[in-house]
Design a binder for this molecule. Structure first.
Ligand code: URA
Length: 274
């Protein structure tokens, strides 16, 4: 039965329930308030701490804790970054271990490559995706044509898009290709759908290739596309800080596989049946 006992670290009951995938943190608070949760057979109270070895039940059913997992994937092109695809295309989750429920932290377009975080910590994922968090993201974009200094200034200030102006961005020209094409480095803090492509198109340049080289300070380093690794403790601390979770009592993540070697997916799976 040990696998059902709460592992380290100590955490608040509603966070423990959210981490175990029982409910969102808010919904878990309601379960606690409704007296449906017990810790070691005693009805739990709001904000109660759960420590190593405790046994949690919901309506009498034992809750099995999942160790926290956060991976960084160097997303290849041709793979969708949703958890499921109604068209049965390969998803990023097909590239990772299947033994826990995982969520991609935000989306990259099917043809975009680069840093994508994937975790079973729904709360961390939500914090990192929330527009209020203004999480920094850096992209390298190869666009059509010769981008002028004036266009770079426009992109930096913000350009008009159908769903409102883009926020101020850091934009640099990395390389001008001959006969045409320009590599841009674009740092933004928003995550609207197809934002980089739409920003570039708004100033007359179509994106031919797009890769994300950094998300919330996390980089793929030497990994090839399709490879993934567990993030390090330092990276986890950094993510929790950026997500505004560092001041909380709990610090899930001690189970993260520190400095785990890069892993390569086995042979690609066939698309899932619809
Ligand atoms: N902006 C885009 O246009 N596409 C992505 O995949 C990510 C950011």
């Amino acid at each position: 039965m040990n696998e059902h006992r709460w592992p380290e670290p100590e955490t608040r009951i509603h966070r423990a329930l959210a981490q175990a995938g029982v409910a969102s943190r808010r919904a878990a608070e309601v379960l606690v308030a409704d007296g449906r949760i017990t810790i070691n057979d005693t009805v739990a109270t709001t904000g109660q701490l759960v420590g190593p070895g405790d046994l949690i039940r919901v309506d009498g059913r034992i809750v099995s804790p999942e160790p926290l997992q956060v991976f960084v994937l160097n997303k290849p092109a041709g793979v969708v970054s949703t958890a499921r695809d109604p068209e049965g295309r390969q998803t990023v989750l097909d590239l990772l271990p299947r033994d826990v429920r995982l969520y991609p932290v935000g989306r990259l377009d099917i043809d975009t490559t680069g840093v994508l975080l994937i975790t079973n910590d729904g709360e961390l994922a939500n914090r990192l995706m929330h527009p209020r968090g203004k999480v920094p993201k850096i992209y390298e974009a190869l666009v059509d044509g010769r981008v002028s200094a004036e266009t770079v200034r426009d992109l930096r200030r913000g350009v008009e898009l159908e769903d409102g102006m883009s926020l101020p961005a850091r934009v640099e020209i990395m390389e001008r290709l001959h006969p045409g094409g320009t590599w841009l480095r674009i740092e933004i803090t928003e995550g609207r759908n197809r934002i980089v492509k739409r920003m570039c198109l708004a100033v007359g340049h179509r994106v031919q290739r797009l890769r994300r080289i950094r998300f919330a300070g996390i980089e793929v380093g030497g990994m090839r596309t399709g490879e993934f690794r567990a993030i390090t403790q330092d990276e986890l601390r950094q993510l929790r800080k950026i997500g505004g979770l560092d001041g909380l009592t709990s610090a899930p993540g001690l189970d993260v596989d520190v400095d785990a070697p890069v892993r390569r997916p086995k042979t690609p799976r066939p698309p899932r049946a619809i």
